[in-house]
Design a protein around this ligand. Sequence first.
Ligand SMILES: Cc1cc2nc3c(=O)[nH]c(=O)nc-3n(C[C@H](O)[C@H](O)[C@H](O)COP(=O)(O)OP(=O)(O)OC[C@H]3O[C@@H](n4cnc5c(N)ncnc54)[C@H](O)[C@@H]3O)c2cc1C
Length: 377
Amino acid sequence: MLSFWEKDSYYAHSDIIIIGAGLMGLWSALELKKQRPSLSITILERNTTPLGASTRNAGFACFGSLTELLSDEASMGTHRMLEILEARYKGIEKIKSYFSGATIQYDPCGGFEAIPASHETAAHLDDHIQYLNQLLSPITNLDQTFTNQTAQMRQIGLKNFDHLVGNMLEAGIHSGKLVNALSKLVIENGVTILYGLEVKEWYSNQNGVQVQTKNGLTLSGQQLISCVNGFTQELMPSLHIVPARGQIIVSNTFEHLPMKGTFHFDEGFYYWRNLDNRILIGGARNLDFEEEETTDLSGTEKIRTHLLAFLREHIVTEEKIEIAQYWSGIMGFTPTKEPLTEQIAPNTFAAIACNGMGVALTPVIAEKLAKMVTANV
Ligand SMILES: Cc1cc2nc3c(=O)[nH]c(=O)nc-3n(C[C@H](O)[C@H](O)[C@H](O)COP(=O)(O)OP(=O)(O)OC[C@H]3O[C@@H](n4cnc5c(N)ncnc54)[C@H](O)[C@@H]3O)c2cc1C
């Protein structure tokens, strides 16, 4: 039984209840406070620290590799691809406007995409580069967002690829420091975050919302926002968000690692970076889509071994490459790769499925969500 004091403070009725304290939940709370400072907001997070994608990703501040953007254009059309790209670009700018480079270890190291000769873009690579540069120029304010860097491959520290495309706007960040700094800012803005509370069920009607937690607490609010991303299936199965596990390994530390920057391969399915003279590499989900469609964080030997073999094949180093650390994170995907921001029931909203692009997208999606929610209160 809660005490009067607990009930009247931590667990008091809120204007807004947000489920999930990852980047989406945190940016949403901040944006709501910015748009309507008087709102009382409580975020419920099931773990002692966020446990999904936001603190378990690769730490890329990226807005899309060449082949990823061309593939997105083919599936969703030029206009929508550019809209999402612009949101990602603005999202990164917004992160930089809120936090100093030192606070989130923002590293404007530039990025590259390695492309094999077998890829359909390879034969006319310079034409594709020129085509996207023209499309992107009004967004990035650069004539040449992408450049052909194939001649630099060996010097950069890569081997056994055929082409290399550079994008000097890409950067690395420290995902843990970003989430930590954002959480502090959210709290400073008067939001309550309750960690260790897993929402088991929720109810909503025209008068408000109620959530029930796994440990038997009931909290009430005026509006509910779900930001549980890859775990949506458990709370809101009708939304059909597909979980997608991303696995990461980190190598031993090297005496000398010429490779600098963030790297992509295979339309973003592989990504790696230099992390203080270690290599962080993740992905290869396309090795077994079905097995990786899971919320299980354990990861598999199969993908870890594959990622290690990939490093040995492609990274220039005389030193031995071993796995020093590994982990997994869970993303949420829609069939079209477009994020979902909508009202799903009376007084209930969902902002989910950044489809593996949430570092850059969540700050901007939060603005749209906050407008939708404040129109209701
Ligand atoms: C391996 C990997 C690499 C990635 N690399 C990049 C990258 O380089 N660049 C990029 O832009 N994006 C990347 N992403 C994607 C990016 O991390 C996500 O899009 C973003 O973090 C999503 O944030 P979110 O808040 O929506 O979800 P999450 O961070 O998953 O937050 C959801 C939160 O909800 C909580 N939760 C779930 N269920 C409940 C419940 N019932 N009750 C209470 N709390 C609950 C979870 O514990 C979690 O903390 C990557 C993701 C992964 C996994």
